[in-house]
Ligand binder design. Structure first.
Ligand SMILES: [Zn+2]
Length: 85
């Protein structure tokens, strides 16, 4: 008997050992977390933590849009005839 067990449930968890680098939800900046003496949280860098929550919400919305546009741009830049070599 030969059973092929499909075990493709590998979550793409990018766990970097040691200090973790995070991307700020509001401005997209990469920052290390946790850092001693830094006010940064898991989702926001030190700069954006100081921003009032209502304003930060708008920043997050804008950042999401930028991310979407970047992805779209990347897709458009991809050549249809890209051959892996
Ligand atoms: Zn930020």
């Amino acid at each position: 008997m030969c059973f092929v067990v499909k075990n493709t449930r590998v979550m793409s968890a990018t766990i970097i050992s040691g200090q973790r680098q995070r991307t700020c939800r509001a401005c997209g900046k990469k920052f290390d977390y946790p850092v001693k003496g830094s006010a940064a949280t898991r989702h926001h860098c030190e700069d954006c933590v100081a921003v009032p929550p209502e304003t930060r919400k708008i920043l997050e919305r804008l950042h999401n849009r930028v991310t979407q546009l970047e992805n779209q741009l990347r897709r458009l830049q991809e050549k249809p005839a890209d051959r892996p070599k």
